[in-house]
Ligand binder design. Structure first.
Ligand SMILES: Nc1nc2c(ncn2[C@@H]2O[C@H](COP(=O)(O)OP(=O)(O)OP(=O)(O)O)[C@@H](O)[C@H]2O)c(=O)[nH]1
Ligand SMILES: [Mg+2]
Length: 322
């Protein structure tokens, strides 16, 4: 057990020790146990911080929007931490470099901290380490945290769990994608952005979103607005920012209704991850896993019988501890 003093990331003058922060994040990425120990001590959840998740399909303009949002937050004198989650998928292999270039406007701004993370090793699409990193940044004293994540699947559900405000970025000309998204997006988006509004098909996309919203009207405490933007020309950004801030206020006023289910989802994921690690470590330790494999290979047992045995092993252990 190492007992290291955790450095103060936010200095008395309001600036951030970015190198110390980068070091803590590397520790989080490299060692789950260290991460848990550190965050058990550091975790804070001040309701003055707004975590903004920007999600949507590849190339929708998420980074360009993030850049504009960071700009607006800086104009308002707010400090911002940015986490860009890059899927290790071959389809978006260039994303890391792309994000760095597009966000480079703020690379030397002491009030902005930028970090790219891979989503490698994550079952849910968004790296488990991302939860930890966002929680670290939430705890450290930034006024806002911006997460960019690509995709339109499970990873959005993950974003939902760590973000207070989820901005779903869509673009005209996606064809049937909105239909396909229908089930999922309603639970995800706090704000819809129709970006690339300079393109054909904008009206149709807006109408489609509006229809889905209309059908689900009863389900909302907060009715997600639809913002039209042309991120490359900074058009529509003021309107988007206004909604982001309004939603931030809504979250603060409805903390139980908004934060509790998000925390529940997060805790569920974290618990599953923890249990998974513990049990795999336990199975590995006593060479039981190898013995089971031997038995399967020898034809003495089949994998399903082994899984049943593993199940009873686990329940014995959990009963012991209760
Ligand atoms: N015409 C037009 N192009 C845009 C707009 N917003 C972004 N783009 C362009 O779309 C491309 C992708 O923009 P990004 O901001 O990198 O999109 P992204 O969603 O972050 O992309 P990934 O992170 O790779 O998924 C870039 O070439 C942008 O210049 C827009 O409003 N209109
Ligand atoms: Mg991007």
């Amino acid at each position: 057990m190492r007992s290291k003093k955790t450095p103060d990331i936010k200095r008395p003058d309001g600036s951030f020790d970015q190198r110390a922060l980068a070091r803590l994040i590397s520790e989080i990425e490299n060692d789950r146990d260290t991460a848990e120990t550190m965050l058990a001590k550091l975790y804070r959840d001040p309701d003055t911080v707004q975590v903004i998740g920007i999600t949507g399909p590849p190339g929708a303009g998420k980074s360009t929007l993030a850049d504009s949002i960071i700009g607006k937050l800086r104009e308002a004198g707010k400090t911002v931490a940015v986490v860009a989650v890059d899927p290790s998928s071959p389809f978006t292999g260039g994303a890391i470099l792309g994000d760095r270039i597009r966000m480079s406007t703020y690379a030397n701004d002491p009030g902005v901290f930028i970090r790219s993370m891979g989503s490698r090793g994550s079952l849910g699409g968004l790296a488990h380490a991302t939860f930890d990193v966002v929680n670290l940044l939430r705890s450290t004293g930034f006024d806002a945290v911006v997460i960019e994540t690509v995709g339109v699947g499970q990873s959005e559900i993950d974003v939902l769990a760590v973000a207070d405000t989820v901005v779903l970025t869509l673009v005209p000309g996606l064809g049937d994608d909105v239909q396909a998204l229908k089930a999922g997006i309603m639970e995800i988006a706090d704000i819809f952005v129709v970006n690339k509004a300079d393109r054909d098909g904008k009206e149709r996309l807006v109408a489609e979103i509006r229809m889905i919203l209309e059908l689900n009207r009863d389900r909302f405490g907060w009715v997600p607005p639809i913002c039209e933007t042309v991120a490359t020309e900074h058009r529509g950004i003021d309107g988007l920012m206004e909604q982001v801030l309004l939603h931030g206020a809504y979250v603060r006023d409805h903390r139980d209704a908004v934060r509790r289910p998000k925390l529940a989802r997060q805790l569920e994921k974290m618990a599953a991850d923890r249990i998974n690690r513990d049990i795999l470590a336990f199975l590995g330790k006593g060479d039981k896993f190898a013995a089971w494999l031997d038995a399967i290979m020898a034809g003495e047992r089949n994998p399903y019988q082994v899984i049943q045995e593993i199940g009873s092993f686990i329940s014995v252990r959990t009963e012991d501890r209760s």
